[in-house]
Design a protein around this ligand. Structure first.
Ligand code: FES
Ligand code: FES
Length: 200
C-alpha cells in the first residue's frame, strides 16, 4: 500500500488549491485530516453557533463540520460523505447554505452559523421541522437536517416556491432512502404555514 506523505498546514492548503478534495480517495483524505500536526499549528477562532458565542484554538485543517460535531458537540449537521457530495452537513453560514465538511473552520472567523438546532426546538419547532414530522418525510433521517436548512434558506427568499423551485433548492441534498416526494410535500406544507402566520 502507498504510504501517506507527511504534510504541514502549508502543504495541506496547497493541496486544497491544486487538487480538488473530491479527487482524493476518501481514506487518504481522512488520514490526512486526522494525522498528528506539529505543536503550535493552531489559531484562535471566535464565532457564533445557534446564538451562542464560541471561542477556542483550532487547527488550520479543521473543518466547520469537525468543529461543530467534535469540539462544540452539536451533532445536528451530519457527516455522511465528508466530500461535499451529499449535503447532509448543510448549515447556514452568515445566512447562506454551505457544506460544513468542505468549509475550513478558520474561514468562519466572526461568522454566524445556524444549524438545524438553531431554527427551532422540540418545544417550539420551526414549521419545517413540524412538517417533516407530519408528512413522515424521513426514514433514516441522516439527510433531514441538511434538507431542512436548504429548505429554510429557500423559504427565506421565496415564500411561495413551486414544486420545481423546491426541487432545485434541494438538488444538493441527497436522500439515500429516496423519501423525496414526502420531503417536497413537507416543504410545501411549511411554506403554506409560514404564509398563514405572516398574513394573520
Ligand atoms: S457530509 Fe458534507 S456534503 Fe456530505
Ligand atoms: S431519510 Fe435516509 S437519507 Fe434521507
Amino acid at each position: 500500500m502507498d504510504s501517506i506523505p507527511p504534510f504541514s498546514r502549508r502543504t495541506f492548503l496547497k493541496g486544497l488549491s491544486l487538487a480538488p478534495l473530491t479527487k482524493l480517495p476518501a481514506e487518504v483524505l481522512h488520514e490526512r485530516r486526522h494525522a498528528p500536526l506539529p505543536a503550535g499549528e493552531e489559531e484562535i477562532l471566535q464565532l457564533q453557533v445557534d446564538g451562542q458565542e464560541w471561542k477556542g484554538k483550532v487547527e488550520a485543517r479543521t473543518t466547520l463540520l469537525d468543529l461543530l460535531r467534535n469540539r462544540i458537540g452539536n451533532t445536528g449537521p451530519k457527516e455522511v460523505c465528508d466530500l461535499g457530495a451529499c449535503g447532509a452537513c448543510t448549515v447556514l453560514l452568515n445566512g447562506r447554505t454551505v457544506n460544513a465538511c468542505m468549509t475550513l473552520a478558520l474561514a468562519c472567523q466572526g461568522a454566524t452559523v445556524v444549524t438545524v438546532r438553531g431554527i427551532g426546538s422540540p418545544r417550539y419547532p420551526h414549521p419545517l421541522q413540524e412538517a417533516f414530522v407530519e408528512d413522515d418525510a424521513l426514514q433514516c433521517g441522516f439527510c433531514t437536517p441538511g434538507m431542512i436548512l436548504s429548505a429554510f434558506a429557500l423559504l427565506e427568499r421565496n415564500a411561495n416556491p413551486t414544486r420545481r423551485e423546491i426541487q432545485e433548492a434541494l438538488a444538493g441534498n441527497l436522500c439515500r432512502c429516496g423519501t423525496y416526494t414526502r420531503i417536497f410535500e413537507a416543504v410545501e406544507r411549511a411554506a403554506a404555514e409560514l404564509r398563514r402566520r405572516r398574513n394573520k
